[in-house]
Every structure is written in structure tokens, then in C-alpha cells.
Design a protein around this ligand. Sequence first.
Ligand code: SF4
Length: 466
Amino acid sequence: MNVHRAIAPPKAGPLQRAGDWLMRHRTTIQAMQWTVVGVYALLLAVPLFLPLPGRTATFWNDFTRFAQLAFWGVWWPFVILATALVGRAWCGLFCPEGALSEFASRHGRGGAIPRWVQWPGWPTAAFALTTLYGQMTSVYQYPKPAALILGGSTAAAVAVGYAYGRGKRVWCRYLCPVGGVFALLAKLAPLHFRSDPFLWKLSQERGDKPGPVDCAPLVPLRTMRGAGDCHMCGRCSGFRGAITLSWRSPNHEIVHVAGATPKPAETVLILAGLMGLAMGAFHWSASPWLVAAKQAVATWLVDLGATWPLTATLPWWLLTNYPERNDVLTLVDGALLVGYLVAAALGMGLALAAALALSVRALGRFEARRFHHLAQTLVPLAGAGLYLGLSAMTVTQLRADGILIPHVSAARALFLGLAVAWSAWLGWRVTGLYAGTRTARAAAIACLLPAWALPAAGWVLFFWVW
Ligand code: SF4
């Protein structure tokens, strides 16, 4: 048992005791992680050896359909929601990739972390590439691309763990394709490990000599002010009597912490990644715009006499190719799909950036720090979009299996409305930090209106118009 606290505080509340429990029960947590590793491996590997599900297959009589629902219909939406509620507990307590990477790092060669690995743009770039590639290969529908993308990511996590760091989660800290998304959502969590600088200093002055903390994602404990990088593993609970699991306002980190250090990669992830690319990834299969573009391109190619791109296909690992399921994307389909997603990312990203830039300008002279801070106010709306898109797959899959969830439409409308209201409230709070006058604040808020309306309109189109 590793107890950090030199002088225990007199009364530990239930939350603090919960944090301490995590710190003391590493073996239980590891057993849980290895169980998840086993379940993850089964869900990923077994469908590879089974025939594709027939038309009448359901999740209770076909393992592939079960794995599909488990991965994309339950696991993903659950993790997104859980991260916004309790921080990155999934990463620290359950994630099979993190557990394997850390295990590999404990038994690896322990190399220094190269500078290229520490490039802050990796989580955004990796999210964009996996989203694009996942749509090209229909990762939600078929076991082979799921195994390739998820299994490939796990293999890379193990390789990075083996190569760099001593028992640390270098992959999770710098490279994980969803690490950036989780770091954003965790900023909304009302639960976090709080590091109190005053108590820390007091402990130093007392001459406390606590043992080192094995913080796998390399969070600087003394200066930790936000929850974005913390994996909620609890290993630092009680350290120097200064770190405790605590409640906070879900607005606190966005309003008071996120503006201190501008993170352009996070801004790109929010504006173009989550609100543009991810929305496009959920939209494209229902989009009448894509159908119209395909007809126009087909007509143009026929007129040119070059019809081969309308029938040419690629292997399944480049572009969806399942003729036995009547599900094949031609070169034209693939090019238009990629074009649609890139256009969604650029179009939405640039439109939102313009709204934010105008809002910053309305507050005074343009400052990049304010721009990035305002972008953070859109995190509730961006996270809600991701959740709505993923849960739409849950609803569709369950409906295909004869299970109807009541009041889905009303619940979606309410959820979207609350997300817009939350982002608007954060926008109000953050503009209040910078506005010199009421008029400037009102003008800044007016400029933000399109930044709330555009993403909301995108979801309205998807759920209620198309
Ligand atoms: S700061 Fe590090 S050690 Fe503490 S809970 Fe977070 S991840 Fe674990």
C-alpha cells in the first residue's frame, strides 16, 4: 500500500475516500483492465472468422452484429458521455489500449520521448485521418476495417509504449486519435483531481518526503489546473495532502483555465474536426447534396466518354467493397465521399472561425488568445454533436433488431437545445472576461450567434429534414 499523505487531513469526505480507494486498489483496477483487454480482443477478432451477418441477423443471434452494437452503439457513446461526466476515467481505469501501452512501456526499452512525438497536433491529425479512413472503409458496418483501425491503433500504442517512456502512457499523452477529443470533453466534467498549490507549499514547508507518484500520462501534478490530461487513475490521490478528488462547476475549466494557454490544435479539433468533419461523417450517407453531386459528376463523365471511374473499385482496405452485400463504393463514390468530408471540415471550420474572429474583434483588438478561448466555449456543442451522431447509430441498430426507443426525437431536440444553451452561457461568461463595455459584450455575443446556429442547423437537417 502506498500512502502519500504525510499528515492525513482530519476528515476525508466520500469523494476523497473514493479517490484514495483508487490509489490503494491498483491490483483490482489492473484486473479490471485485463478483463476489458480480453473482451476487446474477443469483440475485435471473433467476427473476422465468421461469415458476414445475413439480412435477418440480430445482435442477440449473431456475434458480429453483437460486436458492432457493442463497439459503436454502446461503447463509444457511453465513453463520450462518461468523459463529460467524470473526466477521463475510461482512459485511466478501463481503456484496453492504455493498459496495454503502459504494460509494454514497463517491459520496453524505455527510450526518451522524441520531439516529433510531442508535436501537439498529433491528436487532431490522427482523429481526422482515422475518421476519414473509417468512412472510406465503412468501419461501423464491417469487422475487417474495425479490426484494422482499432487493432492497428492498439498495435501502434503497444509499439510506442515499448519504445518510449518507463512505464508511462506516451501513446495516450501525445498520440491517441481520440485523446484530443477526450481531453476536450473532460474539461466539462464536474469531477476532477484537484491540486491545491497552498497545501502543496505547506507540505513542502513541513518537510514532508512523500514517495514519487507514478502518473502514467505524465501530468505535472503540482501545476495541474485542468482535467484534460488527467486519466483519473487516482494514483496521486492524497499526495502531499494537496491532491483530492473534488467537485467543481462544469463551467470552471472552460471559463477560468482554458484561456490561459492557447492551444491552436484544440481549436482546429473543435471547429473543423468535431463540428465539421465528424458531422460530415454522420451526414454523408443521408445527404441529398452528395446524391446531387454524384449525379452531376456521373453526367459529366458520361459526356466526356470516361465512364470507367463509375465502375472501378478498390480493395476493401481502401474503399468499401462488399459485392456480396451489394455495398460497393466506386472511385467516383470514394472521391465524392472524401470531398464531402473535407468540404464539411473546411466549410464549417472556416465559418465558425470567422464568427469567433468577429466576436474577438468586437471585444477590442484581435488577440489570438481570446480567439482560442472563445473556441473552447463551443466544446459542449461539439461534444453533444458527437454523442448525437453516435447514439443515432445505436438507435438505428436497435431499430433494425426490432427494438424501438420511445421519444427519441424529443430527447434529441432537448439534448441539442441544452448543448446550444450551455455553449451560449459559456460564450456569455468568457466574453464577460474581456469586454470593456456592455455594448462590446453584446456585439461579441451577436457575432457568436452563427457559431451556435450553424452546427445546430446541421443536426436539424440530419435528424428532421433529410
Ligand atoms: S494526475 Fe496522473 S496520477 Fe493523478 S489521477 Fe490524474 S492521471 Fe492519475
